[in-house]
Design a protein around this ligand. Structure first.
Ligand SMILES: Cc1ncc(COP(=O)(O)O)c(C=O)c1O
Length: 501
């Protein structure tokens, strides 16, 4: 059956610059045979397919199963034309015969229709109401798509460590705040949990940024803090952002439909000299340490950004990784250099303690923080008080945890880099002096296809395009050093095998 309903463009098209498009309407749907009605871009389809090739069984069947799931759940809406078999085969680094066989299977299962000269397109999913708009969450960033699947043993799509042992003690230990947690009240702590705000103020003060509780909002991780910061800006506003950068930052900016202006980076972080004189509504920067490369901002560039903030540009500095300083003290923050300027500084427990806590914070001038607090309260009325009490206790043990983590991560980094020097000597990288990952350059490129083949070796990697404002980088891959040394060596061995095949 052919629908006469024309869906509006998928929401994510609008968010992501029209990467997939509705096809022009035909004069009379009823009179015409079934036909495709929209396309999906290759990058969006690759994000949705995610780790399709892991697990047992022939490749064609795994591809058909994954495409079938996407069609059934409406992520590939009715009438979506799939890329040509040749194009898809090349992007997935499989033979054309594999894609043909997958399409044959999907056709036999009535998930697709096809016609010579037109191609293969999706038929409606049974589970999704016919009139539903196309899935607005379709094709989120690659790493979110991976998070929605189960976590495999060699998952490298997230630069996060397993929990520090103190995290498991925190629920019990935090009962020492029983009185402050006020179990006798309704339990909404919309302005944050006082003892935690005090600890966060101490965290900033020890980094040279005097802070009082009116300048802090507790958030659900740095991810929510970035989201809240981005929502201060009007859609379409121009934002300078370092390139490459964390997919979490890109996610927040794209979701708010901001115009991203990429600023190149080198070993000294964001190359601010390339934007001298260029204006924007805001600058998003990771002074220490850049995810993916581990770069940190040079003193001169930090001063230059502080100057821009003093002149009125909103500056958002992401300090989520600042405590993972492996070869010396963490560099200065921008807020320390421009205490009264519109600088928003973001921190998190995710990298030092554990991402499972989902706890972060944002600090800035009190008037901006009041706005952010109101938005946060509108979203979720405040972060759960139990977790805030645990965070308070954990932050009080910050020095001990930092000491353990630096030793652990330094050993892991060194083992991984040693293995890379042996196994992939022709690849290039800069030794990161902080953070949780190294940014590898493969001189021969084609990293997207390499990541597809790595899946078949049991390695889930994020290719360079996931960190690229323009989503084009095909020369780099990020390798986190979050696993013990023996696992790190095995990861590099598998990567080298993949690179040679
Ligand atoms: C630079 C950066 N900012 C923010 C985040 C998200 O952190 P959280 O888990 O606190 O939301 C990450 C995590 O990968 C990151 O690398």
């Amino acid at each position: 059956m052919v629908h006469t309903v024309r869906h509006s463009a998928p929401v994510h098209d609008r968010l992501h610059g029209h990467q997939s498009r509705d096809l022009p309407p035909r004069a009379n749907h009823h009179a015409n045979p079934p036909q495709p009605r929209r396309t999906v871009s290759l990058p969006d389809l690759l994000r949705l397919l995610s780790d399709w090739s892991t697990g047992a069984g022939p490749l064609y069947r795994k591809l058909a199963d994954r495409l079938g799931e996407l069609i059934a759940e409406g992520a590939l809406g009715e009438g979506t034309l799939l890329p040509s078999e040749r194009t898809l085969a090349s992007a997935l680094s499989v033979s054309r015969r594999t894609v043909e066989a997958a399409h044959d299977l999907l056709w036999a299962r009535e998930f697709v229709q096809r016609r010579t000269g037109v191609g293969t397109w999706c038929t409606p999913g049974q589970a999704v109401p016919r009139q539903a708009r196309p899935d607005p969450s379709a094709a989120p960033e690659d790493f979110i798509e991976h998070l929605l699947r189960d976590v495999g043993p060699l998952d490298l799509t997230v630069a996060g460590l397993p929990a520090h042992p103190l995290v498991a003690q925190a629920p019990q230990a935090s009962q020492s705040y029983r009185e402050e947690m006020r179990y006798d009240t309704h339990g909404y702590f919309a302005t944050g949990f006082e003892p935690l705000l005090t600890e966060i103020c101490a965290w900033f003060s020890s980094r040279g940024i005097p802070t009082d509780p009116q300048q802090v909002v507790v958030t659900t991780g740095a991810a929510q803090a970035l989201w809240l910061a981005a929502s201060l800006l009007a859609p379409g506003a121009e934002v300078h952002v370092e390139n490459p950068t964390s997919p979490t930052i890109l996610n927040a900016l794209r979701a708010h439909r901001l115009r991203l202006l990429p600023v190149p980076t080198d070993a000294g972080g964001m190359m601010t000299e390339t934007i001298a004189g260029a204006q924007s509504s805001a600058i998003f920067v990771t002074p220490s340490y850049l995810n993916p490369s581990g770069a940190h901002l040079s003193e001169a560039r930090c001063r230059s950004l502080a100057g821009r903030a003093r002149a009125g540009t909103m500056l958002v500095e992401d300090l989520a990784l600042t405590d993972i300083s492996l070869d010396g003290p963490a560099p200065r923050t921008i807020a320390a250099l421009a205490p009264d300027a519109p600088v928003l500084s973001i921190g998190s427990l995710s990298k030092l303690y554990w991402a499972g806590l989902r706890l972060g914070w944002i600090r800035g001038p009190a008037p901006l923080i009041r706005r952010i607090n109101r938005m946060k309260a509108n979203l979720d009325i405040g972060t759960g008080v139990n977790i805030q009490a645990q965070a308070t206790w954990l932050l009080q043990h910050g020095e001990e945890v930092r000491h353990d983590r630096v030793l652990q991560v330094r050993t892991q980094r060194d083992a991984l880099l040693e293995a890379l020097r042996t196994e992939l000597p022709e690849w290039r990288w800069t030794v990161p002096d902080g953070g949780l990952s190294v940014w590898l350059e493969r001189p021969s490129g084609e990293v997207g296809a390499l990541c597809q083949r790595a899946l078949r070796q049991g390695l889930r990697l994020l290719p360079g395009r996931a960190f690229d404002v323009r989503r084009q980088d095909d020369r780099h891959v990020r390798l986190p050093f979050v696993h013990p040394p023996a696992v790190g060596r095995e990861i590099v061995r598998r990567l080298a095998v993949t690179a040679r095949t």
